[in-house]
Design a protein around this ligand. Structure first.
Ligand SMILES: C=C(OP(=O)(O)O)C(=O)O
Ligand SMILES: [Mg+2]
Length: 400
């Protein structure tokens, strides 16, 4: 019933206005799934390869589509993903592009859930999923690679840990985002928005902490539950390998100084989540920081682990981090992403599901977060391509 009969690929726009790959998978019994690849700006060096959309589509049509149509069952996700890997023939999807691979992988999952008549999270996670929801991490102020002339730290995140439901949490993050706007206006600080919809004022990181703390206080008064703060430092983007220091606008820090600095931030701002506090090769620095603050905050590897089980295993062996960011397009298939989630969970690491800075209206990651009972999902706070996922979480919670 779920034999794949048709795979179509096309270019569509992502939220930055760049072309990305959209895939459609149809099955023998008429099941249909459509999905689109996201795209990073602050990409990790060890990620699977994204090819220009047109090239990725041409290569996938030539090499992958013949191995899928009439050959694999959409309900057999591992079979679909193995066919994609075999068609590509490289470790990192550099032939067909991880963008083609992930779009097809996700579209096949949707086609299978369509045939089953079950929501995607249930097809992916099983009958006993759907009763645990992630806390959304809402990007409210940011800079780094996502906005020019703004903060050094890439993302200041609101984490509504006290929310009674995912729906309340989604609205709480929007309230913080709105309150940041008010605080900026009161301080006469003009600000546009970065790639993920976060405010991108031209302020120091210290000032951004004060602005976000004030906005969170106001939003907490409004919603009546606890909202904490998190960060994506995206430290690889600040790392200067030649001089061996992190370059901030106003200073430089060695690896040891960076560990001290971030440990101080965790305590000063009661951070619940810190992503990529060190650069992507500094397993040792991650381990030091995890030793110091891992009992009270998530130390999450994004560029460090790139959703890759080999890199995650190294982190587990060395005590680097206590959490992994899971981005399906970093590794190329849903099967690989699930393997990363399972390895994490088996070793006491939390798996946090994430969007990319370049997104589409695709909602797969909302279902992935519910399917894996992820503690957090990072998918922005506002903006159509972000609210597509947030609104899907609201619908999932309501069983709508
Ligand atoms: C979402 C992120 O940004 P990008 O997609 O640009 O890697 C991130 O770094 O976590
Ligand atoms: Mg990151």
């Amino acid at each position: 019933m779920t034999l794949v009969t048709d795979v179509r690929l096309r270019r569509v726009l992502d939220s930055r206005g760049n072309p990305t790959v959209e895939a459609e998978v149809t099955t023998e019994s008429g099941g249909f799934g459509r999905a689109a690849a996201p795209s990073g700006a602050s990409t990790g060096e060890y990620e699977a390869i994204e090819r220009p959309a047109e090239e990725a589509i041409a290569k996938a049509r030539e090499l992958a589509v013949p191995r899928l149509e009439g050959q694999v069952y959409a309900g057999d996700q591992r079979g679909v993903d193995a066919a994609l890997r075999a068609a590509d023939g490289t470790e990192n999807f550099s032939e067909i592009g991880a963008n083609s691979a992930v779009a097809i992988s996700m579209a096949a999952a949707k086609a299978a859930s369509d045939v089953l008549g079950a929501p995607l999270y249930q097809h992916l996670g099983g009958a006993f999923r759907g009763d645990e929801y992630p806390t959304p991490l809402g990007n409210v102020v940011g800079g780094g690679e996502h906005a020019a002339d703004a903060t050094d730290i890439q993302e200041f995140l609101a984490a509504p840990v006290g929310a009674p439901s995912v729906t309340e949490a989604v609205f709480a993050n929007a309230a913080v985002h709105g309150a940041v706007h008010d605080v900026l206006a009161e301080r006469d600080l003009p600000a546009g928005k970065g790639d993920e919809g976060a405010w991108a004022p031209s302020v120091s990181d210290a000032e951004a902490f004060a602005i976000v703390a004030e906005a969170i206080d106001r939003a907490e008064d409004e919603v009546g539950f606890e909202i904490r703060m998190g960060l994506d430092v995206a430290a690889s983007e600040m790392w200067d390998a030649e001089s061996g220091v992190y370059e901030y606008s106003d200073t430089t820090r060695t690896s040891e100084e960076q560990v001290d600095y971030v440990a101080g931030l965790v305590d000063d701002h009661d951070l619940v989540y810190v992503e990529d506090p060190l650069e992507e090769d500094d397993f040792e620095g991650f381990a030091d920081l995890t030793d110091r603050v891992g009992d009270r905050t998530l130390v999450c590897g994004d560029d460090l682990f790139v959703t890759n089980v080999e890199r995650l295993q190294r982190g587990i062996d060395e005590g680097a981090g206590n959490s992994i960011l899971v981005k399906p397009n970093q590794i190329g298939t849903l099967s690989d992403a699930f393997d990363a989630v399972e390895l994490a969970r088996d070793n006491g690491y939390d798996a946090v599901i994430s969007h990319r800075s370049g997104e589409t209206e695709d909602t797969t990651i909302a279902h992935l977060a519910v399917a894996t009972a992820a503690p957090f999902i990072k998918t922005g706070a506002v903006g159509g391509e972000r609210t597509a996922k947030l609104n899907e979480l609201i619908r999932i919670e309501e069983n709508a």
